[in-house]
Design a protein around this ligand. Structure first.
Ligand code: SF4
Ligand code: SF4
Length: 284
């Protein structure tokens, strides 16, 4: 079972929920930190990292001795990563989406591909919890390829928790796609509700079953609850605001480590998701 934990905006408690879920399961679980621009689940899990490897993407390189500057490669590149002048082919690797079209369509076979390092993947564990995180290089714009590399390491024999990036754009879709269930973490404020609605639209398009966790549920207004009820969205957990949790979070201590009595509630969310998926039957 693969559960993605996402949120329409940052700062709602997404990582708090993802790490608490993983730690409360404890055994036979894998946590993937796919928030690769700012991975911070490791701060709370404190895994022993056993292996680190670079992650790279293929980008084009031009052999100008074969090139006649026809401009075909610049024409086919949807991302404007190639500019051809009368005597030069300029490649902007940061804009390249590694689609391979330019190399395939160059009429003179002048384009080959070389690997460009975009980040790092760390693999480790904490007791029965397997941990994987992607770390995008500073200044690197293309996080989806790294997220996909991290997800290649999914262990299907375990309950998998994915800490997705915040927002509703391509990185979130790369992280959430293929999951069995998505948990959307929100907070009961007008901003939280606005971003929850955007996240719901995105997840509905992906046709992934989902539910909501409301963090700091006793603060703010009841608009989020009303929205979920009207949209028939299950609220699977309400986390009350507790100064101890906020203080522990600021010190890099997971919620379930400071308040172990929360663990059954997080395990209850997993059980609830399991029942929902059983009712729905196998994925189409
Ligand atoms: S398509 Fe090939 S030959 Fe034409 S400009 Fe690009 S690299 Fe040169
Ligand atoms: S691989 Fe695709 S995205 Fe990258 S430069 Fe070539 S055509 Fe553009």
């Amino acid at each position: 079972m693969i559960i993605a934990v996402a949120s329409g905006k940052g700062g709602t408690g997404k990582t708090l929920a993802a790490t608490s879920l993983a730690l409360s399961i404890g055994q036979n679980v894998q946590l993937l930190d796919c928030d690769v621009e700012e991975p911070n689940a490791a701060i709370f899990i404190k895994p022993k990292i056993e292996q680190s490897m670079t992650a790279s993407v293929p980008v084009p390189t031009v052999d100008e001795s074969k090139c006649d500057y026809c401009g075909k490669c610049a024409e086919v590149c949807e991302y404007h990563a190639i500019v051809v002048t009368r005597q030069q082919v300029l490649i902007f690797p940061q804009l390249c989406h590694s689609c391979g079209a330019c190399a395939r369509l160059c009429p003179r076979g002048a384009i080959s591909e070389k690997e460009r390092v975009i980040g790092r993947i760390d693999i480790g564990h904490k007791e029965g919890l397997r941990f994987v995180q992607g770390c995008l290089n500073v200044g690197e714009a293309m996080s989806p390829p790294l997220i996909r590399r991290v997800k290649e390491l999914i262990d299907p024999g375990r309950t998998v928790i994915i800490d997705a990036p915040p927002g509703t754009s391509c990185p979130v879709i790369a992280a959430v796609k293929g999951s069995d269930f998505c948990l959307l973490v929100t907070e009961p404020t007008p901003f939280g509700l606005n971003d929850l609605k955007l996240a719901v639209e995105t997840i509905r398009k992906l046709e992934i079953p989902f539910g909501v966790i409301i963090n700091r549920a006793d603060l703010g207004d009841n608009q989020t609850e009303a929205y979920c009820a009207a949209e028939n969205i299950p609220v699977l957990l309400r986390i009350p605001f507790k100064k101890e949790i906020a203080q522990a979070y600021a010190k890099g201590i997971a919620a379930v480590d400071i308040m172990p009595e929360c663990a059954p509630k997080f395990r209850g969310v997993i059980e609830e998701i399991g029942k929902t998926l059983e009712k729905r039957g196998p994925k189409k």
